[in-house]
Design a protein. Sequence first.
Length: 53
Amino acid sequence: MEKTLYMVALTIGGFVGGYVPALWGGSMFSFSGLFFSTLGSIAGIWVVYKMNH
């Protein structure tokens, strides 16, 4: 169950982070989209980790 929660957080964080460049007119498929998607995924995992410990 915990592994599933981490995967869901990773996916949602990646989608939210990838959408950030679209807020200023950038493309979600650019370097900044990839960068923020990675940051969002890491942030999602960190949030779940903090909630469980």
